[in-house]
Ligand binder design. Structure first.
Ligand code: PMP
Ligand code: GLN
Length: 461
């Protein structure tokens, strides 16, 4: 059974769950029925209001329902590297250490935090203390959650750069904070557009910082644009963090997927930034094993302690065999670092580059302008030139939502609507794009190309 069939099946199961029996009147589309006798207590907490919808749930299901070629959610439709799978099998079957099947240290399995400290110390240019400066959680998602809940007080402001990985906004709101948005704006829409053409305005960014600013979420490389920030851009953010005594939540889950001559700069390595930065990584992204859901945060012990307090009282600890396997997998990566054939961390981008270029070429051919990403494995595609009549689907959703629903149903191709990555007030900025994921088998990409080429959709002059 293929990965997308498994994902599809689990989504279908989700959709068969019994409808929520009681609901707040503003919960959309989860089959909520008003109760006969209204209870004031059997209902969701007020602080979750406004965060009910989730693009992954909705569009994952849509792709499965229509059996569409899935260039939507970001996961590979092929296996993680063999050595990591072997480590996992070894961990599970090892008769030597039965403790691999039991709870491990709350803040991260000792083997894993030591390996992470060993991997990142030279990269960060400092000796990282495995026990006090690293924390492991359920994916980068878990670290983002611990960081935001562990640091943000009601009334604090958190700056979020649009388009952004969608969970940042609800996480800040649930913590009682106020998200403050600033968009990346494409400076170019014709000819070859790259993610470097999406710019953050210096004055506009400075205007978002104030004494209320607790933190900025800095996703580099960015999902969905693929922007890899240049030194002057990273410095601009670092200088504002220092000036306003703000924390930097550096989401770097795509750190190993950097194309051509682009360089990934870790903001924590800039002068004065270590002490105010949590750098976030993901085993799911690093080893193309998103279902393993293991992530880490690295930073000064004062900040890591805040995350740890939240973590120990919520998740407590992550699965030991997965942590052990990731640790052993990273040990191997450290031992072959520098050898581009053997080192997965360094060969992944080389493997993805032709996939990126193939998708970009096909999109351009059919009149869709791609933003060529400098990093990550997503591609924003400008559909504004397509002359296609999208039927009314009876919703008030933005154009990209309607377009992808239509594309899934009629063309059997799925993608993700980027307005899910914009705040309510800025959705117009993302409406004429769709996001494709290209960490897929060549056969999948070829099948998608065939669909795109056979569209015969007119292109506006
Ligand atoms: N940050 C970004 C920018 C992402 O795209 C994702 C999705 N993988 C995450 C964090 C969450 O990563 P994980 O799957 O490790 O929870
Ligand atoms: N990070 C993945 C993406 O952007 C998916 C994350 C998720 O499913 N929540 O596609």
């Amino acid at each position: 059974m293929s990965v997308s069939q498994i994902v599809g099946q689990s989504r279908q199961c989700l959709s068969r769950l019994p409808a929520l029996s009681v609901c707040s009147s503003d919960i959309p589309a989860r089959g909520c029925q008003p109760t006969r006798k209204m209870s004031t207590k059997i209902k969701m907490a007020d602080r979750l209001k406004g965060t009910e919808r989730n693009v992954w749930v909705e569009f994952g299901k849509l792709a499965a329902d229509y059996k569409a070629i899935n260039l939507g959610q970001g996961f590979p439709d092929y296996h993680p590297p063999q050595h990591v799978l072997d480590e996992f099998a070894k961990t599970i079957t090892s008769s030597e250490n039965s403790l691999f099947h039991q709870y491990t240290r709350s803040y991260g399995h000792p083997h894993l935090v030591k390996t992470l400290a060993q991997l990142y110390s030279p990269i960060m240019g400092r000796q990282i203390d495995a026990m006090s400066e690293v924390m492991v959680s359920v994916g980068a998602f878990g670290i983002l959650f611990s960081t935001i809940q562990g640091l943000v007080n009601p009334g604090d402001e958190v700056i979020i750069i649009e388009p952004y990985f969608d969970c940042y906004e609800p996480m800040v709101k649930v913590a009682g904070g106020t998200p403050v948005f600033i968009p990346l704006r494409p400076s170019k829409t014709e000819g070859t557009v790259t993610s470097h053409d999406w710019k953050l305005d210096k004055e506009e960014l400075a205007s978002k910082f104030s004494s209320k600013t607790k933190a900025i979420v800095f996703n580099n490389p960015n999902n969905p644009v693929g922007k890899v920030y240049k030194m002057d851009e990273v410095e601009m953010i670092a200088d504002l963090c220092k000036k306003h005594d703000a924390v930097c939540i550096a989401d770097e889950v795509y750190e190993w997927m950097i194309y051509s001559d682009n360089k990934h700069i870790k903001i924590a390595t800039l002068p004065g930034m270590w002490e105010r930065t949590i750098t976030i990584g993901s085993a799911g992204k690093t080893f193309s094993a998103t279902g393993w859901k293991l992530g880490w945060g690295i930073g000064p012990s004062e900040l890591i302690q805040a995350l740890s307090v939240l973590h120990q009282n919520s998740i407590y600890t992550c699965p030991t065999p997965i942590q052990e396997a990731v640790a052993s997998g990273l040990d191997y990566e450290i031992s072959v670092f520098g050898d581009q054939e053997k080192c997965y961390l360094q060969s992944l981008a080389l493997e993805l580059l032709p996939k990126r270029d193939m998708l970009a070429k096909v999109l351009a051919e059919v009149g869709i302008t791609p933003t060529i990403p400098e990093g990550g494995y997503f591609m924003m595609a400008d559909i504004s030139k397509l002359d296609v009549e999208i039927p009314d689907d009876g919703t008030d959703d933005p154009y990209d939502f309607k377009f992808i629903r239509w594309m899934c149903k009629e063309k059997k191709l799925s993608a993700i609507p980027p307005t899910a990555f914009y705040s309510q007030g800025d959705k117009k900025l993302g409406e004429k794009f769709i996001r494709f994921c290209f960490i897929k088998n060549d056969e999948t990409l070829e099948a998608a190309s065939k669909v795109l080429r056979s569209w015969n959709v007119a292109v506006k002059k």
